[in-house]
Design a binder for this molecule. Structure first.
Ligand SMILES: N[C@@H](CCC(=O)N[C@@H](CS)C(=O)NCC(=O)O)C(=O)O
Length: 210
């Protein structure tokens, strides 16, 4: 019998949400192992042994085997499913958006959202302005692409959509204006339709506040 998958995770993280969303699509049972990142649990020697960067999510597909980085986990879980095509070109187009998500979306919209929701903006005004400008450019790029395509890669729902949806659909939390991007908004609704019931969004608890 295959061992039960374990997901080392912090519920308010949308990087974790991506993985929970795909696990739900694939109907894969897993054990959720909470990591209290604001209590230092991601910086212990034991956790750094799982991911040297000290960040969740970390998937443990079998005891003692660890995969870090949310999008690497998505690729691992989606292998052999319609969420990650086998064809070289089609797969490269999925990877294209996974890299865009990590470079242009998570560190801009995701980080700003975290700073705003946990009151960390105060001392970071200049950095926040740069992230806001980069986040606006990323949303504009999504709008341009989604004006011509129903989904991000290959015109079909894939892990590229799951990854970008995780922080992208919460852009308003960071005071971005998704309503100004109608094609993006229609894509958010298409993803919701494809996904069905989504995992819940968890607010940051008091110990996450600056
Ligand atoms: N690029 C990584 C980012 C992971 C990440 O930043 N995780 C945050 C939560 S969203 C974390 O664990 N932070 C804890 C820490 O840095 O100690 C991914 O996509 O998985």
């Amino acid at each position: 019998m295959r061992p039960m998958l374990k997901l080392h995770d912090y519920l308010p993280s949308q990087n974790g949400f991506k993985v929970r969303m795909l696990l739900q699509h694939l109907r894969l049972p897993y054990e959720h192992v909470p990591v209290a990142i604001f209590q230092g649990e991601s910086r212990t020697a034991a956790f750094l042994g799982k991911n040297p960067l000290g960040a969740i999510p970390v998937l443990e597909p079998e005891p003692g085997v660890y995969i870090a980085e949310s999008n690497a986990i998505l690729c691992y879980l989606a292998e052999g499913t319609p969420y990650l095509p086998a064809d070289r070109l089609a797969r490269a187009r999925v990877l294209q958006w996974l890299f865009v998500e990590q470079y242009n979306i998570e560190p801009t919209i995701g980080t700003l959202r975290f700073w705003m929701l946990t009151h960390r903006l105060g001392t970071r005004q200049a950095e926040a302005a740069a992230k806001r400008a980069a986040g606006e450019r990323a949303l504009d790029a999504l709008e341009r692409h989604l004006g011509r395509h129903p989904f991000l890669a290959n015109d079909r729902y894939s892990i590229a959509d799951i990854a970008v949806f995780a922080y992208g659909h919460l852009a308003a939390d960071a005071s971005f204006d998704p309503a100004a991007r109608p094609s993006f908004l229609r894509w958010v609704e298409r993803v919701r339709t494809e996904a069905g019931t989504l995992p819940p969004i968890h607010p940051y608890p008091p110990d996450a506040m600056a």
